[in-house]
Design a protein around this ligand. Structure first.
Ligand SMILES: *Cc1c(COP(=O)(O)O)cnc(C)c1O
Length: 421
């Protein structure tokens, strides 16, 4: 459930008509609902309520500081994957003890930044990373709390570009080698082993791969404890999928996911962390754009929008489906027709949908892409020198621009001309 509903024939974000935001901000833009963000956070928080836990929002899904602050004030921690994200989380007021640092390529600078700024734990993904972490921590006279991300060799049955838990993926340490690597970690003076981390992929619509992975983590916990390690925290990653259409089968609910966690690892008495990104932000955001032209082609008609692949890359990159709906609700019973829905960028890949059934639309009308809150604005670029898409946050009947659209001047001034020109 989200908070984007039609009222009196106009799509609203909470109590604000989308058309009102469009008039104030111009199109395209992203709009997020505070109530939906919080609802999703609380679903997870409640699902784990029987266990000592922290929900660490995977902020790469949507990292605007207003979103981070909204979630952090509700009690969320953050999962960061770069020094930039770490700095953003800190700037939004998230304390270091609620930030976990994931990622296969943490640099020495990033490690130093997080160690000195305060960190809950590093999710270590390789032995070379652990060596660097140990060295940097010792040089600072600190101890780095870690979990080791294990790769359980589980097929997440999701899109190949977002599956991360198979042995051929670049992530984590093969689970079969884990005991050996934990022994190495234990001998390092700059490192304190806290627990185990696993994350098998994104947009999982079936709980079975989680169950397999978490059972393996439970087994490993027992084995490591028998080796003498004080395993007291399990980071179980993110990845729970969302419905991208209103018609398809609903993915499992956070309550079922929470029950699965309880069932597979609850008996171990560990503190539980999860790192949901998409499920918190995905259906909490729309991308709104305007129709520039309705163009009739040979055997197909095109809706040419003012948003493009630079604003929302998911269809081009992951063959993703987004429901696209008119902001002014179609009359009941009105005849729909198929359109290819495209942007103005000079690539055929700049296609949002093919032969999508749409009600009649004209130039100047507004459409909204649903489920665009996660991996939307964060993946936008200025390809074709199209200004970075603005972001808007709604709360009840208020809205605020939380990232402004840059002017052409601001974009152009970022370039500098060398003295020889
Ligand atoms: C991307 C990522 C997540 C979040 O995945 P979602 O599918 O958005 O829930 C969590 N943890 C790690 C390590 C990730 O890389």
């Amino acid at each position: 459930m989200d908070h984007f509903l039609y009222r009196d024939g106009v799509l609203h974000a909470e109590d604000v008509p989308i058309s009102e935001i469009a008039a104030a901000v111009g199109t395209p833009f992203y709009v997020y609902s505070t109530a939906t963000l919080l609802r999703h956070y609380h679903l997870f928080d409640d699902a784990l309520s029987g266990m000592d836990h922290l929900v660490c929002y995977a902020m790469k899904a949507a990292s605007n500081q207003a979103i981070l602050k909204t979630l952090a004030e509700a009690g969320a921690g953050m999962d960061v994957v770069s020094g930039g994200e770490y700095a953003r989380a800190k700037a939004a007021g998230v304390p270091g003890e609620r930030i976990v640092f994931s990622g296969v390529g943490k640099t020495e600078e990033e490690i130093c930044q997080a160690l000195t700024g305060g960190i809950r734990q590093f999710n270590v993904e390789s032995e070379p990373e652990m060596d660097v972490l140990n060295r940097v921590a010792m040089s600072l006279g600190l101890t780095a709390p870690i979990t080791i991300r294990v790769n359980p060799d589980v097929d997440a049955k999701t899109h190949a570009k977002i599956a991360t838990g198979k042995s051929e993926n670049k992530f984590g340490i093969p689970i079969a080698r884990a005991r050996e690597v934990y022994a190495i970690a234990d001998a390092m003076e700059g490192i304190e082993v806290i627990g185990i981390d696993v994350h098998i992929g994104s947009q999982l619509t079936d709980l079975a791969p989680f169950e397999t992975a978490y059972n393996k983590v439970a087994e490993l916990t027992e084995a490591l404890r028998s080796d003498g390690h004080n395993i007291r925290r399990l980071d179980l990653g993110g990845g729970l999928g969302i419905p991208y259409t209103q018609s398809n089968e609903a993915p499992p609910l956070p309550t079922e996911y929470g029950a699965l966690i309880q069932r597979t690892v609850g008996h171990l008495g560990c503190e539980i962390e999860i790192e949901p990104g998409r499920l918190i932000a995905g259906n909490a955001g729309l991308m709104v754009s305007g129709v520039i032209y309705v163009k009739s082609g040979e055997g197909r008609d095109f809706l040419i929008l003012d948003s493009a692949m630079n604003d929302l890359i998911r269809p081009a990159m992951y063959e993703a489906w987004h429901d696209i709906v008119p902001v002014i609700e179609a009359e009941p019973g009105v005849e729909q027709a198929p359109f290819d829905i495209v942007g103005p960028v000079c690539e055929s890949g700049d296609t949002f949908a093919k032969e999508r059934m749409m009600p009649p639309l004209s130039a100047g009308d507004l459409v909204a892409f649903r489920s665009a809150g996660a991996y939307g604005a964060v993946m936008s670029s200025e390809y074709n020198t199209r200004p970075l898409t603005p972001e808007v946050l709604v709360k009840d009947d208020q809205f605020a621009v939380i990232r402004a659209r840059p002017t052409f001047d601001e974009i152009i001034k970022r370039d500098t001309i060398p003295q020889w020109l």
